[in-house]
Design a binder for this molecule. Sequence first.
Ligand code: SAH
Length: 210
Amino acid sequence: MKNYDALADRLIEANKRLNLTAITQKDAVMVLHIEDSLTLCDHIPQGAKVIDVGTGGGFPALPIAMARDDIFVTALDSTAKKLAFVEQTADEFSLPLKTFCARAEEAAEQLRETFDVAVSRGVTALPALCELCLPFVKIGGRFIAMKAKDCEAEISSAKNALSVLGGEIKEVLCPTLSDGTVHTLIIIEKISATPLKYPRRWSEIKKKPL
Ligand code: SAH
């Protein structure tokens, strides 16, 4: 059932107990969490297996699973208490979504190159984010990074990471949300296998980003 309104209510209610989001006004949740997440939908192929890396309170995973019953979403995060909310919400709305509690760089061994699409919002800067996300993507699949507007410098800083990890920027889009907020979708194609030595441990990724 596509009930984005009820999803927003559920997030706002749970947020009183759990620290899921800084956005607490219903109108803002509808736009900045739900509408923003849905900007991905046009870029996810039919029937895709999708992983949301660092889903937190379920964004973008929950709205895209609500929008698209042809896809299957794995919502990954290292924080169990946030994932419990995501899992209960997915059950309540019968969404095509399962949770996976792990650090991305540790889950990569088990889930390597098994997804058509990886998505991620609000997790880390693009070079490190590519190292966390691209290992999950099959060759020929894509990684879509959700960023704020004006992220050209961040995109340039990821050039080396992209070429080392087997990614290539296909398109950079700037959707405008209904309140006028402009965001960026960086669509990265996986053109070759990610060398097995990536991802490294988080301490190394942080210390020496590619
Ligand atoms: N995507 C959500 C949450 C962003 S907050 C949103 O946009 O609203 C960042 C989330 O990423 C946190 O929940 C944190 O636990 C998770 N995270 C950060 N680094 C991670 C890693 N290496 N592996 C798994 N989860 C990670």
